[in-house]
Design a protein around this ligand. Structure first.
Ligand SMILES: Nc1ncnc2c1ncn2[C@@H]1O[C@H](COP(=O)(O)OP(=O)(O)OP(=O)(O)O)[C@@H](O)[C@H]1O
Ligand SMILES: [Mg+2]
Length: 593
């Protein structure tokens, strides 16, 4: 996260002074007296001493530390009582950077001050980039920044001084906020219900990326917000790793729906749904799904989604769950629905999607091919039918998510009144699991890009500035990850990198495509020869075992081995024409739209 405030020379001087004062203030506190608020104040810049400084501060609940223009935040994994109180906000309001101990409020305040510094002249738009591994606290920090900005703008009129802790996790806001600020803040729990899930690393992991642009008018007041979302993890809708969950909203609906809704949608428990039970994880410790459902509904109402529309949303969620329970098998070379309750399941899904049962079955069991101007109807085998079923479920849910974001934007974005903005980028963090697939590659690619941005703008620019200003500054060598990015996104010495190679194989089908893709990668970037273990490309890993479907990348945050099974299908994912036709036949204007 970036901060600024005067020239770097001034900042260094201010930091030195600050450090002296801090030492005096903290003297009785033992270890805190020898920690550095800004790592640039340290003379020993070895990794060990940097980590030691962070550790000591962390032990004293000092979770924030500056590194020049960057703010490091360490996840405290507990509520820090007064760290985010309203009194703390007033303390930081309008103070120049570096006057108070490092804090995310200081960073948010600095962004705000920078934005409005020119008065009603052109705004100096700001962006705060938050980066870190999954579970490191990016989303919580985003919410804290939004809370602060909502407050800070209200101070311009009515300063408050109450010791009222703000609950960043639930998005609770005090009554003093205006309707608009409230709506902006309430977009968070709503997005999280539909876009977050429990993973092995984080009980509330964001499975989509977002850039929230908080919009201000020329008085410096919040007038709205615009959400730009990136890549929702679709696979999760139909399968999850053991110990993980599907999106929170499914469990919320099953736990919190009242009897009328439960009956209308024929809802059961999470154990009764294929899409939820296979991962064997149903509850999140200290999370009450029924209560969260009430919060989700409240947020929907706040942003203006009517009860009737909410009903339609829940119908689609139920359709996804019931769809996953449709089972298929082969009978005399023909694929048919199987299972005791299959007839009822088909009827129910068809009614929730507002299509006829025949149309649903035809879309699932057959495929229409257009050959030489003629339509050929091809019967599908049970595996193909299951894939079509899953593709439909993924498409319904991801369209619902997109609709929700556009609905949020429709009600909270005020582009016409916008004078300037502060953007906050919160994407999914770097991931390294036992089993890593296409989603991890996309997520880690996004993080690799962000890392490059940090390298370029923080280290290179910073070092150049110090050199220009004649500050005695030891040059730091850092590992430039541009070559790793080239391997993923472009060509290396004329050889197609990972994404290009994947696209090149799109015509091949199934695992054949994935094997060809991996073998291409191995031959271009893998082992020099069978006698050597080193790779031709330093960022590429040629695994010793299961090398026909596995390859690895040495990312900035660690080496990750990817399983390429399913890569080609996921890369080409488009809803086939039969499914599009099915949706077109729906009697629901909303679904068709
Ligand atoms: N400042 C904080 N104060 C208290 N708890 C925190 C704070 N930051 C994070 N946490 C705790 O850590 C958990 C994980 O944080 P968060 O969801 O923000 O991680 P993330 O970086 O967004 O991860 P992902 O990339 O998986 O989305 C939170 O649910 C919360 O319990
Ligand atoms: Mg997150």
């Amino acid at each position: 996260m970036r901060r600024g405030g005067g020239t770097r020379k001034e900042r260094l001087l201010r930091a030195k002074l600050k450090k002296k004062m801090q030492d005096e203030e903290n003297a009785p506190n033992g270890a805190a007296s020898v920690t550095f608020e800004d790592i640039l104040q340290m003379s020993d810049l070895s990794e060990q001493s940097l980590l030691e400084n962070l550790r000591r501060r962390y032990e004293h609940e000092l979770i924030y530390t500056y590194v020049g223009s960057i703010l490091i935040a360490i996840n405290p994994y507990k509520q820090l009582d007064s760290a985010y109180s309203e009194r703390k906000m007033t303390e930081y309001y309008g103070k120049a950077m570096g006057m108070l101990p490092p804090h995310v409020f200081a960073l948010a305040d600095h962004a705000y001050t920078q934005l409005i510094q020119g008065g009603a002249l052109d705004p100096a738009n700001q962006s705060i980039i938050i980066s870190g591994e999954s579970g490191s606290g990016k989303t919580e920090t985003t919410k804290i920044i939004m809370q602060y900005l909502a407050r800070a703008t209200s101070y311009r009129k009515t300063p408050q001084d109450a010791e009222e802790p703000l609950d960043a996790t639930s998005g609770t806001v005090s009554r003093a906020l205006g309707k608009l600020e409230e709506r902006v803040l309430e977009s968070n729990p709503l997005l999280e219900s539909f876009g977050n899930a429990k993973t092995l690393r984080n009980d509330n992991s964001s499975r989509f990326g977002k850039f929230i642009e908080i919009q201000f008018d020329h008085h410096g007041k919040i007038v709205g917000a615009q959400i730009l979302n990136f890549l929702l993890e679709k696979t999760r809708i139909v399968s999850q790793s053991l110990g993980e969950r599907n999106y929170h909203i499914f469990y919320q609906l099953l736990a919190g729906a009242d009897n009328t809704l439960r009956e209308r949608l024929q809802l059961q428990t999470p154990y009764d749904y294929e899409y939820l039970r296979k991962s064997e994880c149903f509850n999140i410790h200290s999370c009450d799904d029924a209560k969260e459902f009430a919060t989700t509904k409240h947020c929907m109402t706040t942003i203006g989604i009517t009860e009737e529309r909410q009903g339609l949303v829940f119908e689609l969620l139920a359709a996804v769950l019931h769809l996953g329970n449709l089972q298929f098998g082969m009978e005399n070379d023909t694929c048919v629905a199987v299972g005791d309750d299959s007839a009822n399941g088909i009827k129910l899904v068809a009614s929730l999607l507002k299509v006829s049962e025949d149309a649903l079955m035809q879309a699932l069991l057959t495929r229409q091919l257009y050959v030489g101007g003629k339509v050929i109807v091809q019967q599908q085998n049970s595996e193909q039918v299951r894939d079509k079923r899953d593709a439909l479920a993924k498409s319904i849910y991801s369209s619902l998510f997109l609709w929700l974001v556009s609905e949020l934007n429709r009600t909270i974005s005020r582009t016409q009144d916008k004078w300037g903005f502060i953007g906050v980028l919160d994407i999914y963090g770097f991931e390294k699991f036992e089993w890593n697939t296409f989603e991890q590659l996309c997520i880690n690619y996004a993080n690799e890009k962000l890392q490059r941005h940090f390298n370029q703008h923080m280290l290179e620019v910073e070092q150049n500035d110090y050199a220009k200003e004649g500050i005695d500054w030891k040059h730091i060598d850092f590992e430039d990850n541009q070559e790793c990015l080239d391997l993923i996104e472009s060509k290396v010495n004329g050889k197609p990198g990972i994404f290009i190679s994947l696209d090149d194989n799109w015509r091949l089908k199934g695992e054949e495509a994935n094997k060809k893709f991996v073998s291409n990668l191995h031959s271009c970037f893998g082992r020099v020869s069978s006698a050597h273990s080193s790779s031709k490309n330093k960022w590429y890993v040629h695994p010793k075992v299961d090398a026909d479907l596995h390859f690895g990348i040495r990312h900035y945050a660690g080496e990750v081995i990817y399983d390429a099974s399913g890569f080609n299908d996921k890369n080409n994912e488009t809803l086939n024409d039969d499914m599009k036709e099915l949706i077109r036949q729906s009697k629901s204007d909303w679904l068709r739209g």
